[in-house]
Design a protein around this ligand. Structure first.
Ligand code: NAP
Length: 244
């Protein structure tokens, strides 16, 4: 019997998972928050927009056999809602979360718990590559520094001294090198999103440029976390996600 899977998406892994499940004959629907105007669409069905909190998501789980939270590691509210709705409805659920990054030799990283702490860590006069996403820019508006703000879409606010670069990754290493050099960047601020080795972190290491890395928010207690698309596919096809 085909299983109906709801994937909470917005990441490359969610897209890959939807393609893999659709190819296996699984009825898969991906849910997108609707933040970007021209999202890369996954295979299978797509629904867009918030559910309306835990109640709305719980109602949407009525005809769902398995819920997969494949949202970005910083989409903490959605993950909390997934935990609440899955517990309420008894829907089996699992979180697909790529591992975070680990510093290697030559990296000059400072880990901070929040965007606000990242903003407070920036030295006056710095030239910052701010790569924390459109929604995170507000935390930096009062910082006395120059910013190259890179985002997929225009942020609502920008620091007073800033240049906006609209671009969607992944970015090639040689482009990141050119970006850091061309703008004389002295510090990179990023979220610990994890995933394939990030070119900006490598380019920063090569130049001995410090990186302020915002730690991921904690996951709800007792969550079933899986690190790879392969593992989730194995568990959903043909059977086997444990009850959350
Ligand atoms: P969030 O703060 O955790 O969620 C805020 C609200 O947005 C949720 O309560 C929910 O509204 C809605 N929402 C979030 N993800 C959704 C989804 N996949 N489908 C339907 N509704 C969703 O999330 P966020 O940080 O704003 O991220 C929004 C989306 O962008 C996520 O899907 C995430 O995967 C993606 N994304 C986020 C980041 C990041 O750095 N935060 C980076 C890349 C991609 P209701 O309560 O009304 O259901």
């Amino acid at each position: 019997m085909s299983r109906r899977v709801l994937v909470l998406g917005g990441t490359a892994e969610a897209r890959e998972l939807a393609s893999r499940l659709a190819a296996e004959g699984v009825e898969v629907t991906t849910s997108l928050a609707g933040r970007t105007h021209h999202p890369r669409l996954p295979d299978g069905d797509v629904r867009t927009g918030g559910f309306g909190g835990v109640d709305g998501l719980a109602a949407a789980l009525d005809d769902v056999d398995v819920l997969v939270d494949a949202t970005h590691p910083f989409a903490a509210r959605m993950t909390e809602h997934a935990a609440g709705a899955a517990a309420r409805t008894g829907t089996p659920w699992v979180v697909l979360r790529r591992p975070g990054w680990t510093a290697g030799p030559g990296d000059r990283w400072t880990r901070v718990p929040s965007l606000e702490d990242a903003a407070a860590s920036i030295a006056p006069g710095a030239r910052v590559l701010l790569a924390t996403g459109r929604q995170g820019v507000g935390a930096f508006v009062d910082v006395d520094a120059w910013f190259l703000v890179r985002a997929i879409e225009t942020p609502d606010v920008l620091p007073e001294r800033a240049e906006l670069l609209l671009a969607r990754g992944p970015f090639a290493l040689e482009d990141e090198r050119a970006l850091l050099d061309g703008h004389r960047i002295t510090v990179v601020v990023a979220k610990d999103s994890g995933g394939a080795t990030e070119a900006k972190l490598v380019a920063a290491r090569e130049r001995s440029i410090p990186v302020i890395l915002v730690d991921r928010p904690a996951l709800p207690a007792g969550v079933d976390v899986v690190a790879s698309v392969d593992d989730i596919v194995d568990r959903i096809v043909p059977d086997g996600v444990s009850r959350g």
